[in-house]
Design a protein around this ligand. Sequence first.
Ligand SMILES: [Zn+2]
Length: 140
Amino acid sequence: MTKIGETERKLLDASLRGFRNAYVLWGFKVGAAVFAEDGQVYEGCNVESWISGLGTCAERNAVNHAVLHGNRKIKEIAVVMDADSRSEPRPCGACLQYISDFSTNPQVKIVMAKAEKEKILSKTVNIRKLEELFPFPYKK
Ligand SMILES: [Zn+2]
């Protein structure tokens, strides 16, 4: 089990709030939360559409939520996925690029976990650095 600090706990709690509001039509529920440069936490959830590719991931919605409140830098991000989903809880490639776009530090922590019955499954908590998951981001 990964040891987590106060920021990670806050982010996982906020991710769970987002998770509850996930709008899922054919995928699975995901919640995310960003610890932004203003010291606040901004949550997000995935929002799907019947048109494939039109929906948005929870991570990008959490980043957009932070940007909406004037933040341009991510200090840390968490993502929580439904325990029923078969995939490992981690951001998709598009979200990793987006996280990178809004990070100045490749050491930004990405906290990942699964949730079941509205609770974080602590044994699934995994923390990685952005550069570990996404070593070659696209930069202009
Ligand atoms: Zn994604």
